[in-house]
Design a protein around this ligand. Structure first.
Ligand code: SAH
Ligand code: SF4
Length: 356
């Protein structure tokens, strides 16, 4: 059992039942989520017997860092080993003023591998192994929160805490729905890490029933949908899930999300040279998204070793962006982070598995 796997009300019950005073839960939660300690020994205002009892039953760790890479742009990529020996990745990205708002973002994983199997994606090629627990998700954030608090990384965007959380690492978050929601509740609770839900984004390959369910949760989280193609024929090839939930089902679910939550959806569109980067495709994409409260993020493809999926030349990317803009779609070209350290989804783990 690990502490971060319990919901906040469960921690409360756990701690108060053996006749401890009510504020014990607050003390314990404060040590774990605010002061970010890594052992019970540091919880100096808790009685020793109480700490000993807890430490015999409940661990404070679900992850062990096994490999790390730091990019020239300050991005820190971590490979974590889970209790069962499986590995997942997470990344820390530091954005200084001038790159939008100053922020410190954690990109975290929700599954070991992924069952959706997009051909361009390093994680998709690894296959699916298992879902992460809520604690394993929360612990990825806490790990980086400690490093940022200790000022171990340094750029001018150093804020001392994590401001943004994106579920864009390994796996399909909406395929691990219950655990995802529990992790978000812990991360946003004022007695947990206390991040604003507005600063959390869930990225999905387009699981329509779960998008609809998420719309009704009353959470103010952001939704990013990995679209990557303006028509079903191409999207079936790139994102196999499209065969189950085609574009004409996906877009109405996105519309419902914006209507119910008041938040605009962002669409991720990776640009692959010669595959989805023509001006005709930009126009078709604009036609598809007309009237939808949305924003498109254009992402030059990360090279994953598959020669079929390469980023277009700069000029092609800018022309695509211009065409979308002229057709009334708000869009930006995303500056890729951590290119020099294989920080793209699943890349560090692929390298690690290959070497072993
Ligand atoms: N499964 C979810 C979230 C994890 S993938 C999803 O697909 O949205 C997070 C993002 O990384 C997705 O937008 C995905 O399409 C993108 N991605 C995967 N492989 C990539 C590559 N080679 N280059 C650029 N982006 C990639
Ligand atoms: Fe899974 Fe997302 Fe990678 Fe597709 S892009 S294989 S959905 S992690």
């Amino acid at each position: 059992m690990s502490l971060t796997n319990f919901t906040i009300p469960e921690v409360e019950k756990l701690v108060t039942s053996p006749g401890e005073p009510g504020y014990r839960a607050d003390q314990l939660l404060g040590w774990v989520y605010k002061r970010l300690v890594v052992s019970y020994d540091e919880m100096t205002d808790l009685p020793l017997a109480f700490r000993q009892k807890l430490s015999g039953q409940i661990s404070l760790h679900t992850l062990r860092p096994v490999r790390e890479a730091v990019s020239l742009d300050g991005t820190v990529k971590l490979l974590f080993c889970l209790r069962d020996g499986k590995t997942v990745e997470a990344a820390l990205m530091l954005y200084a003023a001038g790159e939008g708002r100053t922020r410190t973002t954690v990109c975290l994983s929700t599954q070991v591998g992924c069952a959706i199997g997009c051909h361009f994606c390093a994680t998709g090629k690894q296959g699916f192994e298992r879902n992460l627990t809520p604690g394993e998700m929360v612990d990825q954030v806490l790990y980086f929160a400690r490093r940022v608090k200790d000022k171990k990384e340094g750029t001018e965007s150093r804020l001392g805490h994590i401001t943004n959380i994106v579920f864009m690492g390994m796996g399909e978050p909406l395929a691990n729905y219950e655990a995802l929601i529990q992790a978000i509740q812990t991360l946003t609770s004022p007695r947990g890490y206390g991040t604003s839900a507005r600063n959390i984004t869930i990225s999905t390959a387009g699981m329509v029933p779960q998008i609809r369910r998420l719309s009704g949760e009353g959470l103010k989280v952001g939704l990013a949908v990995s679209l990557h193609a303006p028509d079903n024929a191409l999207r079936n090839r790139l994102v196999p899930l499209n065969k189950r939930h085609p574009i004409e089902e996906l877009l109405p679910a996105c519309r419902e999300f914006t209507q119910k939550t008041g938040r605009r959806v962002s669409f991720e569109y990776i640009l692959f040279a010669g595959i989805n980067d023509s001006l005709a495709q930009a126009k078709a994409l604009a036609g598809l998204l007309r009237g939808l409260n949305c924003h498109v993020n254009l992402i030059p493809a990360n090279r994953t070793g598959d020669a079929a999926y390469r980023p277009p030349l700069r000029g092609v990317i800018l022309a695509f962006e211009r065409e979308l803009g002229e057709n009334g779609v708000a869009c930006t070209v995303r500056v890729s982070r951590g290119q020099d350290i294989n920080a793209g989804c699943g890349q560090l783990r692929s390298q690690f598995l290959f070497e072993r």
